[in-house]
Design a protein around this ligand. Structure first.
Ligand code: NAD
Length: 480
């Protein structure tokens, strides 16, 4: 007997979405000078709001405001006082967490269960963690008198809008830098609500500036001559373009880019637990996760059994209204992303891989993609090489640990990996040989502000989080 779930929608009454939204510069909401654009709910295609578009003049004003705040206020403030602002912001994120979670789900399409239980609590945790560092920077291992860099330009993607903002802004402020941040064009709303939180926290004007717009706005921001550091999270193609754009300047750069992680399951792993880890690895956030376990490497002797268990588990996943508290798979963030997923999965079939999805009802409106598993995948297939950034798993097999390592490392990326085995010694041996910035053992997609995150190869460079992440925003040199 199967129990049916009654609908359990989260109310949207807590959120008040402005029909038009301004830029946040120098502590004030100010109109942009570009043509405003619309942001939609990807689950319904309904327009949620109009968003200001920052042009060159607006980018200049935001960088100027950040420079003034850096020179006059923020770099002169004691770490202890900066920490108080960060604690205040962290508490306000907690206080307004339901509002933030609902808004994130409306604008992004992710299940409310995830925005409520993952995105928003970890965003608050990043501010708490970095608030604690603000007055202890001389003990962080970056010299006796570590100094901030100045004005930081930060550009973020749409998959974890508020969480990526927190990963960027919290360490920058804790270390004494001021910020101009540009959210992704499809998910600006929680960044603008965060701007309100900055006002509520009485953050001095200009310490945080939020400018909305598309790629061109991001390009103008990172190219601005008065920016000292660029922190970018997004696609490898744009990351490479930014690296070329700022080559030869004094600007420091960190890049958090794409991934194609191997999730490696050995024959001694607890299979039921591993199946949960596989599901969490690739179907969490519709697979819009840079470190998603998108390549499943199964030891040959357990491959068939594991695929059967996985399919049984996938039949129970619920796809649909992201605001329903029982939903596991929400909407794809945009039509553009959906088209990319469709194109790559079609290439999987054309190249001879075997496609499977559970039966599920796809809503009439909005952007949706059923959880999909490809077997008979070879390393040459596009679906084994390119980042799909959707709920699509490619399954490969291996016989020996050496073969698993060779296959895991046979990628242009190097962001994350998972290892499932009973043997601690095997975990350590594998973790040393897999070229990935983050390696999870008998778990997947765990994030904590104390733990550094970042990649190798085309997944970028620099670390965010932990004591290592502070280094990206500090120098031991005297800055002007
Ligand atoms: P994207 O590169 O298209 O866009 C990211 C951001 O860059 C957006 O705000 C966009 O407006 C801006 N942008 C676009 N062109 C620009 C330019 N020329 N100069 C400056 N800014 C520009 O990526 P996306 O589609 O929004 O996000 C998906 C990608 O992000 C995936 O590849 C994913 O793996 C990656 N990602 C990586 C991490 C990580 O920590 N490594 C985390 C989340 C997402």
């Amino acid at each position: 007997m199967t129990f049916q779930y009654a609908p359990a929608p989260e109310s949207t009454a807590i959120v008040n979405i402005n029909s038009s939204n301004d830029l946040f510069i120098n502590g004030e909401f100010t109109p942009g000078h570009g043509n405003p654009f619309k942001t939609i709910n990807p689950a319904t295609e309904e327009v949620l709001a109009e968003i200001a578009h920052a042009n060159e003049e607006d980018v200049n004003s935001a960088v100027m405001a950040a420079r003034k705040a850096y020179d006059k206020t923020w770099s002169k403030m004691s770490g202890r006082d900066r920490g108080k602002y960060l604690f205040r912001i962290a508490r306000l994120i907690q206080e307004r967490s339901r509002e933030l979670a609902v808004l994130e789900t409306l604008d992004n399409g992710k299940p409310i269960r995830e925005s409520r239980d993952v995105d928003i609590p970890i965003a608050a945790a990043h501010f708490f963690y970095h608030a604690g560092w603000a007055d202890k920077l001389e003990f962080a291992g970056y010299g006796d008198n570590p100094r901030p860099l100045g004005v930081v330009a930060q550009v973020i993607p749409w998959n974890f809008p508020l969480l990526m903002l927190a990963w960027k802004i919290a360490p920058a402020l804790a270390t004494g830098n001021t910020v101009v941040l540009k959210p992704a064009e499809t998910t600006s709303l929680t960044a603008l609500l965060f701007a309100e939180i900055c006002q509520q926290a009485d953050l001095p004007p200009g310490v945080v500036n939020i400018i909305t717009g598309a790629g061109e706005t991001g390009r103008m921001l990172v190219e601005h001559p008065d920016v000292n550091k660029v922190a970018f999270t997004g696609s490898t193609a744009v990351g490479q373009a930014i690296q070329r754009q700022i080559a030869g300047t004094h600007k420091r750069l960190t890049l958090e880019l794409g991934g194609k992680a191997a999730n490696i399951v050995f024959d001694d792993a607890p299979i039921d637990q591993a199946v949960e880890g596989i599901v969490n690895g690739i179907f969490f956030n519709q697979g819009h996760v840079c470190c998603a376990g998108s390549r499943l490497l199964l030891q040959e002797s357990i491959a068939e059994q594991t695929i059967d268990s996985l399919k049984r588990r996938l039949v129970t996943l619920r796809l649909g209204d992201p605001l329903d508290k029982n939903t596991d798979i929400g909407a794809i963030n945009s039509r553009e992303q959906l088209d990319r997923i469709i194109d790559l999965t079609k290439s999987g079939e054309d190249e001879g891989a075997q496609r499977w999805s559970p039966d599920c009802v796809i809503p009439q409106k909005g952007f949706w993609f059923a959880p999909t598993v490809f077997t008979n995948v070879t390393q040459a297939h596009r679906i084994a090489r390119e980042e799909i950034f959707g709920p699509v798993l490619s399954v490969l097999t291996f016989r020996t640990p050496d073969e698993a390592i060779e296959k895991a490392n046979n990628t242009a990326y190097g962001l994350s990996a998972g290892i499932w085995t009973e043997k601690g010694s095997r975990i350590l041996a594998m973790a040393n040989k897999v070229r990935a910035g983050v390696v999870w053992a008998n778990t997947f997609n765990r994030f904590d502000p104390t733990s550094p995150f970042g990649g190798y190869k085309e997944s970028g460079f620099g670390r965010e989080g932990g004591v290592q992440g502070l280094g990206a925003y500090l120098t031991s040199e005297e800055t002007s």
